[in-house]
Write a protein that binds this ligand. Sequence first.
Ligand code: GAL
Length: 437
Amino acid sequence: MNKIKDLKWGVTTAAYQTEGAYDKDEKGLSIWDTFTQKSHKIKDRSNARIATDFYHRFEEDIDLAVDIGLQIFRFSISWSRIFPEGVGVVNPKGIKFYDKVINYCLKVGIEPWVTTYHWDLPQKLQDKGGWTNRDVINWYSGYVTVLRDHFADRVKHWVLINEGIVCVGAGYFLGVHAPGKRGIRNFVSSTHHLLLAQAEGFKILKERTGLQVGTAISCTKIEPYRNTTADHKAAIRIDTLMNRLFIEPHLGLGYPDNDFPVLKRISKYYKKGDIEALKTDFDFWGIQTYAREVVKAAWYIPYLGAIQVKPKKRNVKTSVMGWETYPEGAQYFLERFAKYNPKKALWLSECGMALSKKEDDQIRIEYYQKIIEGMKTVLDKNINLKGILLWTLVDNFEWAEGYIPKFGIISLDRKTMQRQMKKSAFWLKKYLSNIKL
Ligand code: GAL
């Protein structure tokens, strides 16, 4: 089994949050390009038309990752760069850009990992209903086939869909992320289609031998507020929604709708064979975790019957995201995943902490030190943890929060576009060079 020094370290990034060049080289618009046009949806009324300008500065960023000693560079591909219309004609300039990124990674000796989908659906597909339209399974399959045919000769690790629950929960239920849709019907239909699409994507990639194909799951530790039956039940419902819905159907356990009966509504969208088709034996699971939430029963909240007790009300400090930062969650979820299958390879495929512009970066160092402590315990318990990917390299566009939260270990001056390693980057560099000795 792995020891802490055997873990691989890397970083995760995402196309919309970093690339910029939103309409360059025949790229089509994505739902995030159009969503951010309604600027009131974004806290600082910003958008990611330029973002960190990764499109033009990827070499510099990859060099920085290598300099820190990271071994993996995980980035996502923008679907609308490859297919400006979502389907149909492939844009050679889109392919060329990702060829350059992948080739550069290989040249400087860092392993490129691809996420096929990190929330930026082509707008043209959203115009046809997006994830609520069952055709999305075919659209996504066509897209993944093209990615496989162009990049699988050089990219060995693939993450299919990043955090399905956030994609459909924030985008199709709460309406706080693109495409800004709300409601239970949008939620249940897009959940089912996204999971089916992901299962298809897995099969398509696995037609090639030698690939490691997995998914990345958002995990939030949920706890009841009071020691009452009602609050315990509320916590079970929210935990089922947030931490099981996008896992158990792939494990062949079906939808966890006994613990959250609202999910029975998904069955309206079942076609014959669907539940079987969802079964997917991923090569690895990516666990992504940031926060803890405490919930209490609330009969007046539709569908959920639960409400979050905000950290402030519990006298708990929050990060600039308004979250209770919870590094202990990484250990908790790795242990929980290992119970599903003790042999399966696990990655901590995102973890990180947002600071405000004014906060001392020492706080981030302490956060990562706690993560490392948790990982030592996990490894002592013989859990098959392979590595840790940080969120994130360079401060970037944090979705509905705009540029306010700073998740990077490298800062960005948005006027000059200059990057500068923060204290945490220097700390990590030292840590990584010592641990390998
Ligand atoms: C994850 C997401 C990332 C990043 C991070 C911090 O859920 O995959 O894109 O935004 O959270 O909020």
